[in-house]
Design a protein around this ligand. Structure first.
Ligand SMILES: Cc1cc2nc3c(=O)[nH]c(=O)nc-3n(C[C@H](O)[C@H](O)[C@H](O)COP(=O)(O)OP(=O)(O)OC[C@H]3O[C@@H](n4cnc5c(N)ncnc54)[C@H](O)[C@@H]3O)c2cc1C
Length: 521
C-alpha cells in the first residue's frame, strides 16, 4: 500500500509539474513583480498574467518614489526582466473589482471571474487611501494627504491636475506637514528644493511649473513624539541640510524635553539611532545647516526657505476661513511610558492661559500620517483594524482568528499583506514567502490545473471591454495595454523628455486618454 501511495503521490506531483498553472497577479507594484518572479521559478509551466488598473506598471516606484531619487527607480530593470518573460503577460488599464461591482464602461474584471479562470490569484494592489487626522476641516481647500501630493508631483493620472483645484503654490507661503516619516521629508524636500535642481528629473511637468511659481517660505514638519523616536532615516534628513537656499531648524528645547530616561535607553546599543540623533542635535546647534549646499546661480548664503522640524506636538484643530485652511492648532506633548513603548500625551493646560497650545499659520496642510490599504469588496476577507488581508504565510485566510481556514487559490503580498510600511526591498522576503506557499500548494495538487486561462479560453467571460475590434484577441482591444504597448509609452516619455533644455529623464504623460493613444499608435 505504501508503495502504491508513493507512486500515486509521484504521479500527482508529475502531473502538477507538467500541467499549466496560470497565476493572476493583481497590481504591478514591487510586491506583484517580486511575487511573479519567484512564482516563475516554481517550474517552467507556471504562467503569470498581471492585471493593473493603470495603463502603466510599477506602482509606487512610478507614483511614489521621489523624482530626485532616480537611483531607487533602477529596480524597474529587474521588473522589466520579469515582464519580458514569454510566460508573462500584462493587462494594463484593467481594474480588478469586487464581484458585486456593476459592470461599467471602465475595463474591469471581477474577483469571481479571476478566481474561476486562474489556478491562483495573488492580491498585490497596495494602498489606495490614507490614515486620517480625525479632525474636522480635513476637507477644506488646502488640506491634502501626502499620498495626493506625491501622486501629483509624480504625474499619477488621477492627481495630475490637483493644483488646479486643491491648492495654488503661487499663493502658499506657509506649509505644515503632519508626520515625520520619509514620505513627509520627501514632500518637504520637493517643496523647498530649488526648481532648477528638479528640472532634469521625471517630475511631472505641470508640477514642476507650479513649483517654479511657488511662494513657499516656511515648511514645518510635525512629530507627536520626540527626536529620538524620529521615523525618518538619516539619508533623507541629511539631504534636507544639503539643499541650496534652505535652512533646517530644530529647537534645542524640544530636544531637551525628548531626552527622557526611556528615550536614552532606546538609544543604547543602537548605532543608527545614535547617528541620526547626533545629526538632529548638530542641526539644532546650527552647525550642520547647509553644510554641503550645491552651488548654483543663487548666493548660497541667502536663506530663501526654512524647514522647521518640530517635536512633541499633536494637531487638535484645523483653522479655516471660508473653507480654506489658514492654520493648525497643536498642543504640546510629553512622553510617558517605558523604553520602546513611550506614548505622547498632551501637557495639561495651566490656568486660563492655555500655553500648552500653539497656532501654526499655514495655507497648505499636508497630512503624512500613513497610507492605508482598502478592501476590494465583501467577497475578500479583510481586517479593518490593520487594513490588511488576513493571511498565513501569504495564503489568504477567512479571518484574522488563529487557525482560520485558507481561502483556496487566493494569496496576498506586499503592503496589502503587511500593512503600508517598508521599503521596496522589504517586499522581497515577503514575495518569496507567498510564492513558496503557491509552490507548495501546486505540488500538493491543491490548485486546479488550467490549460487555458482567462482571455484565451472558450469559457472566458464576455465583458464589454473584452470585445476587441478584431473580435478575438482581447490584447488588441483599444483600451487594454500590453507590456509591449507600455514600452511605447516609456519610449515616448523619454523622447518628449529629451526635447527639454536641459533634457528631462522623462516627460511623463499624465492623462489616461493620451497614454492609451500613445500605447495604441
Ligand atoms: C511616497 C513614497 C515614497 C517611497 N519611496 C521609497 C524609496 O525611495 N525607496 C524604497 O525602497 N521604498 C520607497 N517606498 C516604499 C515602496 O514604494 C513600497 O514598499 C512598495 O511600493 C509597496 O509595493 P506594493 O506592490 O505592495 O504596492 P504598490 O507599489 O502601491 O503597487 C500596487 C499596484 O496595484 C495597482 N492596483 C491598485 N488597485 C488595483 C486594482 N483594483 N486592480 C488592478 N490593479 C490595482 C496600483 O495601480 C499599483 O500599480 C515609498 C513609498 C511611498 C508611499
Amino acid at each position: 500500500i505504501r508503495l502504491a501511495m508513493k507512486h500515486l503521490c509521484a504521479g500527482t506531483m508529475r502531473m502538477a509539474l507538467r500541467s499549466s498553472h496560470h497565476i493572476a497577479v493583481v497590481g504591478t507594484g514591487p510586491s506583484g513583480f517580486y511575487t511573479a518572479k519567484y512564482c516563475l521559478d516554481i517550474n517552467e509551466n507556471v504562467r503569470v498574467d498581471f492585471f493593473e488598473k493603470l495603463p502603466t506598471p510599477y506602482g509606487l516606484v512610478r507614483s511614489g518614489v521621489a523624482p530626485d531619487h532616480p537611483e531607487v527607480k533602477t529596480v524597474q530593470e529587474t521588473f522589466t526582466q520579469v515582464a519580458e518573460s514569454p510566460r508573462v503577460r500584462m493587462f494594463g488599464n484593467v481594474e480588478v473589482v469586487d464581484s458585486s461591482t456593476p459592470v461599467s464602461d471602465k475595463n474591469t474584471i471581477s474577483m469571481d471571474e479571476l478566481r474561476k479562470s486562474y489556478s491562483a490569484v495573488v492580491l498585490a494592489y497596495g494602498a489606495s487611501s490614507d490614515v486620517s487626522l480625525n479632525l474636522p476641516g480635513e476637507s477644506m481647500r488646502g488640506v491634502l494627504s501626502s499620498r495626493s501630493f506625491v501622486n501629483w508631483y509624480n504625474g499619477h493620472p488621477d492627481f495630475a491636475h490637483l493644483n488646479e483645484t486643491a491648492f495654488d503654490l503661487s499663493k502658499v507661503e506657509h506649509v505644515v506637514i503632519v508626520g515625520q516619516g520619509n514620505v513627509a521629508l520627501d514632500c518637504a524636500r520637493i517643496l523647498s528644493k530649488h526648481p532648477d535642481d528638479l528640472r532634469e528629473t521625471d517630475i511631472s511637468t505641470q508640477a514642476h511649473q507650479a513649483l517654479c511659481h511657488s511662494k513657499v517660505k516656511s515648511i514645518t514638519v510635525l512629530g507627536r513624539r520626540g527626536h529620538i523616536q524620529s521615523a525618518f532615516t538619516i539619508k533623507e534628513l541629511r539631504e534636507l541640510t544639503r539643499m541650496r537656499g534652505v535652512q533646517v531648524l530644530i529647537d534645542s528645547t524640544e530636544l531637551e524635553l525628548g531626552r527622557t530616561e526611556a528615550s536614552m535607553q532606546e538609544m543604547e546599543n543602537n548605532r543608527p539611532k545614535k547617528r541620526i540623533v547626533d545629526l538632529i542635535e548638530a542641526i539644532s546647534l546650527g552647525s550642520n545647516a547647509n553644510e554641503e549646499s550645491s552651488t548654483g546661480g543663487d548666493d548660497i548664503n541667502t536663506v530663501q526657505r526654512t524647514i522647521r522640524i518640530k517635536y512633541l506636538v499633536t494637531p487638535t484643530e484645523i483653522v479655516g476661513d471660508r473653507n480654506e485652511v489658514k492654520a493648525l492648532r497643536v498642543v504640546r506633548n510629553t512622553l510617558t511610558g517605558a523604553a520602546h513603548k513611550q506614548k505622547a500625551v498632551p501637557v495639561p493646560a495651566e490656568g486660563e492661559n492655555n500655553n500648552a497650545s500653539e497656532v501654526l499659520p499655514c495655507d497648505l496642510l499636508i497630512k503624512s500620517v500613513g497610507y492605508k490599504c482598502e478592501k476590494l469588496g465583501d467577497s475578500i476577507p479583510f481586517n479593518p483594524q490593520s487594513h490588511t488581508v488576513p493571511q498565513l504565510k501569504g495564503r489568504v485566510v477567512q479571518s484574522s482568528q488563529p487557525e482560520a481556514a485558507p481561502v483556496s487559490g487566493l494569496y496576498v503580498t506586499g503592503w496589502l499583506k503587511r500593512g503600508a510600511t517598508g521599503i521596496i526591498a522589504s517586499n522581497i522576503p515577503d514575495a518569496k514567502e507567498t510564492a513558496a506557499a503557491i509552490g507548495e500548494d501546486l505540488r500538493a495538487g491543491v490548485l486546479k490545473d488550467l490549460d487555458n486561462a482567462l482571455l484565451t479560453s472558450s469559457s472566458s467571460p464576455q465583458l464589454p471591454w473584452m470585445q476587441s475590434s478584431a473580435g478575438q484577441n482581447v490584447l488588441s482591444s483599444n483600451t487594454v495595454v500590453s507590456w509591449e504597448e507600455y514600452l511605447k509609452i516609456e519610449r515616448e516619455e523619454e523622447r518628449r523628455g529629451s526635447t527639454f533644455t536641459p533634457a528631462k529623464t522623462k516627460d511623463k504623460i499624465t492623462s489616461i486618454s493620451e497614454l492609451l493613444k500613445v500605447a495604441k499608435e
